[in-house]
Design a protein around this ligand. Sequence first.
Ligand code: HEM
Length: 369
Amino acid sequence: MAKDKPYPPQYYNDYLHLKKILDSQHLKSDEFGAHAHDEMLFIIIHQVYELWFKQIIFELDDFLSIFKENEINESHVGTAVSRLDRIIEIQKILIDQIRVLETMTPMDFLDFRDFLIPASGFQSVQFRLIENKLGLQPDKRFSYGGTHYRSYLKSSDDDEVKGSESSPSLFKLLEKWLERTPFLQWGKTSFWNEYASAVRTMIASDRHLIENNENLSEKEKQKHLDEYAKTESSFGVVLDQTQHNALVSKGEWRLSHKATQAALLILLYREQPILHNPHRLLTKLADVDELFTTWRYRHALMVSRMIGRKIGTGGSTGSTYLNQTAEKHRIFSDISALTTFLIPRSALPELPKHIVRNLGFYYDAGVKK
Ligand code: HEM
């Protein structure tokens, strides 16, 4: 017991407010006189999800407060990475616990489904806050039948979710931070010039290999070259500002050109000590994005088994709508797509000495220490 400490002793049940939590499962089926055993599981699993959502938001908010600063030093990046690490472990649990829900059969669900209408996970405020804090853009959301995603929320919830649309998101703050990367200019030349020339050399050598491959007929060579032209043009996203902008306006790329360059530099030179944490950060963000997408697909699969082609309790086309959101609601897909532009270590431009020196010492908004 904390005898000598100035804090009052705590009782487990009170500290955790268990009375409130454990008295929060009220079965609608009981209220309407048609007890359905599985409704307890249905309520508890949703409550558990919401508690984990709360923890995810808590971690995200801390991440956002770190990245709102104009100067982010190495240890701050390390803290931000550890916030993502925790979110990732929680996400794995979120995916896994769908299995518990699947012990409920579609017939068991039908016993109480009608009592819930029109409530739906579609109205989960915390889920929307997570999406918006991560950086899902309101105009990029897939809507069913023209229904706005906030239209089924109570007005106080609507205000909170709407507010989160305009606060700086993790995507935006990450982009700004990447744009501030001080290592893009290499004295008289730049990372960009050197990388572009390395890519051109690599492409010329690949073309040369195809053109001089004696095992291929002329027709086969042309086919390979046509295919290879697609790889060449994909480099336009990073090499050519105009092509990059065209993709951004088509909604096929989101990161600014400068931020894209910086992210690529981090991926290519991740062995440099000061780039370890930035590299981990980018990788973890791609993980978070991928795990949310996995959850969305997993939830959609579970839903299609549970309700078949019926509409959801919230009125959507059920699993069709959910599959579309899995496809379209990715936030950090640019980071995963950057691997397209990696080139072999042997072809990488050598870092100038003064850059190597700086990469060993600091990584912030260009402030010398
Ligand atoms: C029997 C189990 C479940 C069924 C049949 C089901 C069904 C659905 C359906 C059909 C939708 C689309 C909106 C609608 O028409 O209602 C939806 C959305 C959603 N559900 Fe579930 N769900 C189940 C369990 C869960 C659980 C345990 C969670 C955890 C919180 C959850 C979270 C969500 C979320 C966040 C959305 C919105 C997704 C988005 O708009 O991208 N669902 N659900």
